[in-house]
Design a protein around this ligand. Structure first.
Ligand SMILES: NC(=O)c1ccc[n+]([C@@H]2O[C@H](COP(=O)([O-])OP(=O)(O)OC[C@H]3O[C@@H](n4cnc5c(N)ncnc54)[C@H](OP(=O)(O)O)[C@@H]3O)[C@@H](O)[C@H]2O)c1
Length: 265
């Protein structure tokens, strides 16, 4: 099958007001794609739409201001897709949040918030948009996972659980949709320079990720677009990310020992 081509297509990108989602939306519009861009911060989405307008890109950005955990927002997204012909070619489930700190000391609310945004909302949005994706005949569902959805680490238990859920659900959906011309692409970045660590749920100020290197959001977005275009099933990004995931696949006891040693420091 030929590469997926963004030109003239309709996409939904959640979490488009900053980081990876913002960069990916710009990259899609620059390739003549029409992007329904979703996030809670309307001023940020408007600023992005204005910037894209000034750059005179051939595509278009249609902002939807709302919370992806709210069924009304998901309804607005569906209405926008319907009003543009009812054919959806790309859904990027990117909106996500994190939290850092021991599970025992956190509240139920941290677990619920992270699972709602990172897993239940994208799953329900996908279910709602499935008829429109199927009518494309050439659609891609791209889920932003994490290397922590392949190998769990201490102090990020809720986040790891949400990204493992995203990983398992993506694998199941890919198999279910094999005969329906809808590809499911799971992109698993490692630490990415974005606003992610400024908005952690119930976490100590200055809490951050301990990883080998980090990528700028633009680079993660570009790698995500490549994975979409090539209809890849799964990509794990960055040297540090690949080391964590593939070393764990080769020798889980070694990785358990290393992580326990590091956490006990
Ligand atoms: N940064 C990393 O190190 C890293 C590593 C691996 C994977 N990832 C994953 O990559 C994805 C993007 O993260 P990022 O690094 O680009 O972080 P980011 O800069 O914080 O962007 C997160 C986006 O999600 C949106 N969002 C959050 N909660 C939302 C909600 N309830 N409803 C609608 N939109 C919501 C935010 O917009 P509003 O606040 O305006 O709603 C923002 O646009 C996430 O799924 C994250 O888990 C990140």
């Amino acid at each position: 099958m030929a590469h997926w081509n963004p030109s003239g297509k309709l996409a939904v990108v959640t979490g488009a007001s900053s980081g990876i989602g913002r960069c990916l939306s710009k990259q899609l519009v620059a390739r003549r794609c029409c992007v329904i861009a979703v996030a809670r911060r309307g001023d940020r989405l408007q600023e992005l739409a204005d910037q894209i307008g000034r750059d005179r890109a051939d595509g278009m950005l249609l902002p939807i201001v709302g919370d992806v955990t709210d069924p009304q927002t998901r309804g607005q997204i569906e209405s926008q897709v319907r009003s543009r012909g009812g054919r959806l070619d790309l859904l990027v489930n990117n909106a996500g949040i994190g939290g850092i700190g021991p599970f025992e000391r956190a509240t139920e609310s941290r677990l619920r918030k992270i699972m709602e945004v990172n897993f239940f909302a994208p799953a329900e949005l996908t279910r709602r948009l499935m008829p429109y994706l199927k009518s494309s005949g050439d659609a891609v569902i791209c889920n932003l996972g994490s290397v922590l959805g392949h190998r769990a680490v201490p102090d990020k238990s809720e986040y790891c659980a949400s990204k493992f859920a995203m990983h398992g659900w993506s694998d199941a959906l890919r198999a279910e949709l094999a005969g329906a011309s809808v590809q499911v692409t799971l992109v698993s970045p490692s630490t990415t320079r974005s606003e992610f660590f400024d908005t952690l749920v119930e976490s100590d100020a200055g809490a951050t990720s301990k990883s080998i290197g980090s990528w700028p959001a633009e680079r993660v977005a570009a790698a995500t677009l490549t994975a979409i275009r090539k209809r890849r099933a799964e990509v794990v990004l960055s040297v540090g990310g690949k080391l964590l995931v593939y070393a764990d696949r080769l020798c889980p006891p070694l990785m358990n020992w290393l992580l326990q040693k590091r956490s006990g420091q």
